[in-house]
Every structure is written in structure tokens, then in C-alpha cells.
Design a protein around this ligand. Sequence first.
Ligand SMILES: [Zn+2]
Length: 261
Amino acid sequence: MKSRAHYLSSMSRAQITALPDKASAPVLVTTGAIEQHGAHLPLAVDALMGQVWITRILEALPGDVSCYVAPPITIGKSNEHVGFPGTLTISKETLRLQLHAIARQLSAWGFRQLAVLNTHGGNTSVLVYTLREIEGAYGMRVTLLKHGVTLNPALPTQEATYGFHAGELETSWLLAVAPQWVRMESAVCEYPARLEDAGELRPEAAPATFAWASQDVSASGVMGDATAGTAEKGGRWIEQIAAGYAARIVELANGGRRRIS
Ligand SMILES: [Zn+2]
């Protein structure tokens, strides 16, 4: 089976040693979260979506493109959600050190490209400074992957701006890939801010933002319109986003990120 050949954990140590393309092939690592996603979605949304993206990316990649998959980081920095039961969190320092440990070993085995696919917004600020450290420390080229696609159908502007947790997008994704874990009868629409609100201070997407915790801006833990989620939209968006990620990986595998020297 084609995709088995990509997972580093499925290989023996001799196979790792013998891989011919370690200097050029990117190694993907997903960073997720285990955290509350409202009453209607499971805690594992972000960790699960990391697996979904990897599976779909491997299906979408041309056969002659090499990339490898490292074991995932499934628990992330979710201190903004600890006010609700079910959330697990690691500290920013633990996340940083886990990434350093993975990169240090990959580098020691001969890999030279790390690509991080992050599925949880709370990890992003840590990733930005940690990936810069890793690039300097181990001589690896490090990329924080973005899919870069315009969704079709597009999200409504209100949802695209303030639907950033357990809303239409994540609910649709889960309805497409794990409907048995979705309780649509418990889905709600709750926004932490509206486009037409007066003032400039909002939790996200505003000239002035504050450091929010989810229980301060949402009674339900949902930030977005979960009731608008459908499996049909989720399936289309997953296909589009996976194709976007796969295109970025093809660029990386082909040396698309060049250095001046
Ligand atoms: Zn999420």
C-alpha cells in the first residue's frame, strides 16, 4: 500500500538509514490539540484533523514526490480552553521542546526539511518562534504549511471572521469524516463578536485584540455557527484544502524554498 511507505514509524532503523532522499524530502509533523469543541464535537477535532490532512495529502501527492510523516504531536497548547472540562494542555515550553527534540533527531538521521502542519490556532504563536530556532539550531529548512486555497463554497463573512472555533468549518469537516462523533442536536451558533459591533477591541480580527479565554467570550464554548455545518460542504472543503497542502509539499520536495547562499 502506497501510503505506508511514507510513515517513519512504520520503518525499521535499517530502512531509515537507507532512505536515499533524506536531504530533499520534507518530513511532515502535525501539531494538534485535545480540547473542548462545544457540546456537539469531540475533544479530538484538531488532533484527528491532523490525521485526516496527512491521509488526504498522501492520496493527492504525485507518485514521484517524496515526503515522510513523523509521529504527530496530538496534545497542544490549549490554555485558552482549560475553563471547560475535557481540555488537555501542554505548556508553550513543552510544545517548543517536543518540536526541538523531533527536529534534532530527524537532523541527526540525515533529514534536512521539516514541514509543520498545524491544526490548532493556540499553537501558532509558539510555532513561529520555535521553528525559527530550529532552523538556526539544526541546519534544517523549516516550513509552517499553509494550504492557501479559497474555499468553495465560501464561508459567510461573519463566519470567516469570527467563526474560529467549533463553528461551520470544523463541524462540516467532522460530519464528513467522523459523523458518529457529532451531536448536531447540540450544535449552536454563538459569536464572540459581530462585524457590525461598535469599537475596535475584539478577541480576534480587529485593530485591538485581547488575550481571551474561551469561557470569557463564549458560554457554549463554540465561536461560530455550528448549526450551518454539513457533511457535503465538509467533504468539498477537505478535498480543496488537502490539494492545497499537497501542492505546497510538491514545491518543498522540488526545492521550491531556496536560499540565497
Ligand atoms: Zn479545533
